[in-house]
Ligand binder design. Structure first.
Ligand SMILES: *Cc1c(COP(=O)(O)O)cnc(C)c1O
Length: 449
């Protein structure tokens, strides 16, 4: 059959509230042209993030009811630990309430002034936590990874030549080396197994521990299966295990490929570092057998990690992004190509060639999509990264197992209608901003007002 169906049935529904374009314009003005500050009830289709927004399965809800809420030594913790160890092979498994909590603990221990931490591309919270510690976050993705229209099967790959040169010069200042799979900030683009292996080899040459940011490890493993030579016959679980086998540790936001609404972990092999991490965990997150989560959250996560590795699910998920990408390209909209795992990224610079980066074309597009059809996406460009921005994008990230084919068809229509009206759009200026992670709360106004 040519039709690929959602590999699940719907057992519980949540209504979507309809709004008119006039209502949405009022809402947008009240939100200071920052879709982050719009109430979720006022959104029709919410593509703000795929983080913590997924639908849990009946098996996960079942596990929730079996959660053991003991403060210490909870049965749910051991289920969670067993699942994470089975998939990652890592020794110490430390739960946290989400990914950035794992990052905060890790970088509090290894970061600090004068330290440099390379990655293909640091995600915004990773960069912020590194910089907050006083260290510097360095992005070394391959050049293809920075060109939206450039088609490459593994655009998230590390530039190995650049990394080798960087380490030759700075290795004494590098406490850990990183790699993000898939490369979220670069368009949800995968990293090849060969590149993970070679990156690990370079770090190992200087005895630098290698940490993977594995928020989307299952999606990355699926891309390796379908795109990299020699992996077609391997299961996604086997591929994931090989990816982890090259790492000394990882940080995870389980709100992504953990298929849960809250959760994360730090996993690592180093005994001394794990001891220090657990001590910090007790200070900031909670006892090491719950790390800021309820026992039921850990139980749902233990199930969710395997559901994320289900191949029917991954085929449907990756194909959804690809389908939207094909239709947008056919309509003349530039996107990051090929489409990544969890999102479609619209190239706002190409969408609005007359709006300069200083007037935030990505933010403009995010606002226009909301006004036109109640879609919510997020700017990834000059608002999020300031002067470090290499592209002006709007990310439409897809909650896991939440929206159906017709939701996607509607979203595509909204984007194409917004594209037809592109000449009418005006740039934005910032009227207020906070000191860190400004994209969450910054306020904007149309230029010329
Ligand atoms: C989401 C994300 C994080 C941070 O995780 P949170 O759960 O949002 O704190 C870190 N790295 C990447 C690549 C992410 O996508």
């Amino acid at each position: 059959m040519k039709t690929l169906i959602e590999p699940f049935k719907i057992k519980m529904v949540e209504p979507i509230r309809q709004t008119t374009e006039a209502q949405r314009l009022t809402i947008l003005k009240k939100a200071h042209y920052n879709p982050f500050t719009i109430r979720a009830e006022d959104i029709l289709i919410d593509f703000l993030t795929d983080s913590g927004t997924g639908a849990m399965s009946d098996a996960q809800w079942g596990a929730i009811m079996t959660g053991d809420e003991a403060y210490a030594g909870s049965r749910s913790f051991f289920q969670f630990e067993k699942a994470v160890r089975d998939i990652t092979g890592l020794k110490h498994i430390i739960p946290t309430h989400q990914g950035r909590a794992a990052e905060k603990i890790l970088f509090s221990l290894v970061g600090g002034k004068g330290k440099l931490i390379p990655n293909n591309t640091h995600f915004d919270t990773t960069r912020a936590n590194i910089e907050y510690s006083g260290a510097e976050a360095v992005d070394l993705v391959i050049p293809e990874g920075k060109i939206p229209s450039c088609v490459h099967p593994f655009k998230g790959n590390m530039d190995l030549g650049k990394l080798a040169a960087f380490l030759a010069k700075h290795h004494k200042s590098v406490p850990i080396g990183m790699m993000t799979v898939t490369n979220n900030s670069g368009g949800g683009q995968p990293v090849s197994m060969e590149n993970i292996r070679e990156t690990a080899r370079l770090y190992r040459k200087y005895k630098i521990p290698f940490f993977l940011d594995v928020c989307r490890f299952a999606e990355n493993a699926w891309f390796i299966k379908i795109r990299e030579k020699g992996y077609a016959k391997k299961s996604v679980l086997e591929i994931a295990r090989e990816m982890f086998s090259y790492a000394d540790g990882c940080t995870m936001s389980a709100k992504k490929d953990g298929m849960v609404n809250i959760g994360g972990f730090l996993a690592l092999n180093d005994d001394a570092l794990a001891m220090q991490a657990r001590n910090l965990l007790i200070l900031t997150e909670g006892f090491p057998s719950y790390g800021g989560l309820a026992g039921r959250d850990l139980a749902a996560l233990a199930v969710g990690l395997y559901e994320a590795l289900d191949e029917d699910y991954l085929r449907y998920r990756i194909r959804t992004a690809e389908y939207m990408g094909e239709r947008l390209l056919a309509g003349g909209v530039s996107i990051i190509r090929p489409t990544g795992g969890h999102a479609v990224y619209i190239d706002a610079k190409a969408f609005y060639p007359d709006i300069p980066p200083a007037q935030f074309p990505g933010q403009v597009l995010a606002c226009e999509l909301y006004k036109k059809g109640g879609l919510r996406g997020v700017e990834i460009g000059s608002v999020m990264f300031g002067k470090n921005a290499t592209m002006e994008l709007v990310r439409l990230a897809f909650p896991r197992r939440v929206y159906t084919q017709s939701h996607f068809d509607y979203a595509i229509e909204v984007i194409l209608e917004t594209f037809a009206d592109r000449k009418k759009a005006k740039g934005l200026k910032i009227t207020w901003e906070p000191p860190f992670l400004r994209h969450f709360t910054a306020r904007f106004a149309p230029v010329g007002k």
